[in-house]
Design a protein around this ligand. Structure first.
Ligand code: SF4
Ligand code: SF3
Length: 542
């Protein structure tokens, strides 16, 4: 196997024996093949569009679902991935039969085989099948961005919203990663275009979420536990949470969020459920210990899954693109009602969660809420009470060097405010960093996709302060990444013209030296240093 799509990749170069994430070589192979056949399907649909045909929504959903399945820590279930390959081959064949000019299509478009040949084919189509370092780097950068975009599209689809232009781009760009005629420059332009559609994808999801659940508002979230048995929901899919909450009414079962599901509490819609008790625990990588102590069933709606311990594996359920062998999977496609009765029955046989902490955390600072505070924020900036905003959005992870972010947050000058989104927040959202004139020093917009809110806030500040360039704002970017959703967030920020983003704790292994140079030269992308050096760099001498 060879995989280097996430920040924790072995030795900062690539996982070759087994994934640091727990992905085994046979699963990695089937993921490679799933990406390959999905690219083939994308080439077919792109050609069909060029020939004036419409592509059915179900085919668009299949593409995004497949890519989402291959995101870090989403699906470890080989058989589920093999099933998706079969399904994709069937759809691809149907679509292929409609193409007039098949001579324009790459090999992946027409490829099909019996399952017995999957492994052999997988070994020929992985990341290393592209020989040129820079072309490989850009193809993978685009593919990972598209994986992130797919995840966000899929969540919007779950709320019955879609954007045909985004799907068409996603498939065109996927197909382009198979096109040997494209040069480095072509692929750099495509990378930027991916960022543009990343903004579109996040805007689509923002609309889907806020249309369905209202605008996030300042909310105190309980981090303690109640006295009844509970179900813990993790991942990013709010529609799954809604269905679960509906089905747990009057059941005597409480519902808690974990990791990236925390921001659900900020939406007005979910506040009507009296059994929606609070958030339990921290970011995804602490789940082994925290799931053990939760004692009740856990629903993983998306990434990030840590291979479960036997002590709670029978309590771990997956749904959507998530999967783990031996764990029960709750079925249900876009627009279908899922049946969570198995989890509810299971919860009834469990004892209440073990309390791991008490208190509250505050969040809900997505764009609409911050706009209502705009006057206060602008005043604080003008008076000098707030000197700088530090965007610290992104992902958390288990690597020890990520303690940098906790130390960095602690070391910030007291007149700096953190803008965050994504599970990166868990590195500092319980530090009690205080307030500036009533404005908390950690403003949490929500999930990683809500980085979109941070971009809107920055654009609003630019307008209010009458600036021509977003980079003239008193905003610095110190972003943590882990998986591929962070890649699309990064590309979206670059597309919006944000410069000098610091990305850590390490730069992506999939950036070849030349591609990294392009990002450094054109966008001032940099890594992180020591906390002390970086504080000096961002704020000058204290
Ligand atoms: Fe390694 Fe990350 Fe790939 Fe897992 S997802 S195999 S940890 S690079
Ligand atoms: Fe976290 Fe996996 Fe990326 Fe959505 S839950 S931010 S790492």
């Amino acid at each position: 196997m060879f995989c280097y799509q996430c920040q924790e990749t072995a030795g900062c170069t690539g996982c070759t024996q087994a994934g640091v994430c727990g992905k085994k070589p046979d699963v990695a192979a089937m993921q490679d093949l799933l990406v390959f056949v999905t690219k083939g399907l994308a080439a077919v649909t792109t050609q069909l569009r060029a020939e004036g045909r419409e592509i059915p929504s179900d085919v668009n959903y299949l593409v995004t679902f497949n890519l989402f399945t291959t995101i870090t820590n989403a699906n470890f279930d080989k058989m589920a991935i093999v099933d998706r390959i079969h399904q994709t081959l069937t759809v691809k064949k149907e679509m292929f039969s409609l193409v007039e000019h098949t001579e324009k299509l790459p090999e992946a478009a027409g490829w099909t085989a019996a399952e017995s040949e999957f492994e052999a084919k997988a070994s020929q189509v992985g990341v290393l099948s592209t020989k040129d370092d820079d072309i490989r780097s850009l193809r993978e950068l685009i593919t990972y961005g598209l994986k992130g975009l797919s995840a966000y599209s899929k969540h919007a689809n779950a709320l019955m919203q879609e954007d045909g232009e985004i799907d068409a781009f996603l498939q065109r760009a996927l197909a382009a990663t198979l096109d040997d005629s494209l040069t480095v420059d072509d692929l750099i332009s495509l990378t930027m275009e991916t960022g543009k559609y990343g903004v579109g994808g996040m805007a689509l999801l923002d609309k889907a979420n806020t249309d369905a659940y209202g605008h996030p508002e300042i909310t105190k979230v309980n981090i303690g536990v109640g006295e009844r048995p509970g179900i813990l929901v993790s991942g990013h899919d709010l529609r799954d949470l809604e269905m679960l909450l509906e089905q747990t009414q009057e059941s005597g079962i409480d519902v808690y969020t974990h990791s990236e599901m925390l921001p659900a509490h900020y939406y007005p819609f979910f506040k009507k459920y009296s059994n929606f008790v609070g958030n339990y625990g921290n970011a995804w990588w602490k789940q082994a210990e925290e799931f053990e102590r939760f004692r009740g069933p856990i629903l993983m709606t998306t990434n990030c899954i840590v291979p479960p311990r036997d002590s709670y594996k029978d309590r771990l359920y997956t749904t959507g693109a998530a999967g783990y062998p031996g764990c029960k999977h709750i079925a249900g496609g876009i627009g279908e009602k899922k049946d969570f009765s198995a989890l509810i029955a299971h919860a009834k046989s469990c004892t209440p969660p073990d309390e791991i902490e008490r208190g509250e955390i505050v969040g809900g600072f997505a764009h609409n809420q911050v706009m209502t505070l705009a006057g206060q924020v602008v005043e604080a900036v003008k008076s000098g009470a707030i000197k700088k905003f530090v965007v610290m959005a992104g992902c958390d992870g288990r690597a020890k060097n990520r303690s940098y972010y906790t130390e960095f947050a602690k070391a910030l000058p007291k007149d700096a405010v953190i803008l965050t989104a994504g599970c990166a927040k868990y590195k500092y959202n319980k530090l009690h960093l205080g307030e500036i004139g009533g404005i908390p020093r950690v403003l949490d917009a929500g999930q990683c996709n809500d980085s979109y809110s941070l971009a809107l806030i920055a654009l609003k500040l630019k307008e209010v302060f009458g600036l021509d360039d977003i980079n003239d704002l008193p905003v610095v970017y110190n972003i943590a990444w882990y998986e591929q959703k962070a890649v699309i967030v990064l590309l979206a920020l670059l597309y919006l013209g944000v410069k000098n983003i610091h990305l850590g704790p390490t730069l992506p292994a999939f950036l070849s030296p030349n591609v990294a140079n392009v990002l450094v030269k054109n966008f001032g992308i940099a890594g992180i240093g020591t906390v002390e050096d970086d504080i000096k760099l961002f704020f000058g001498e204290k």
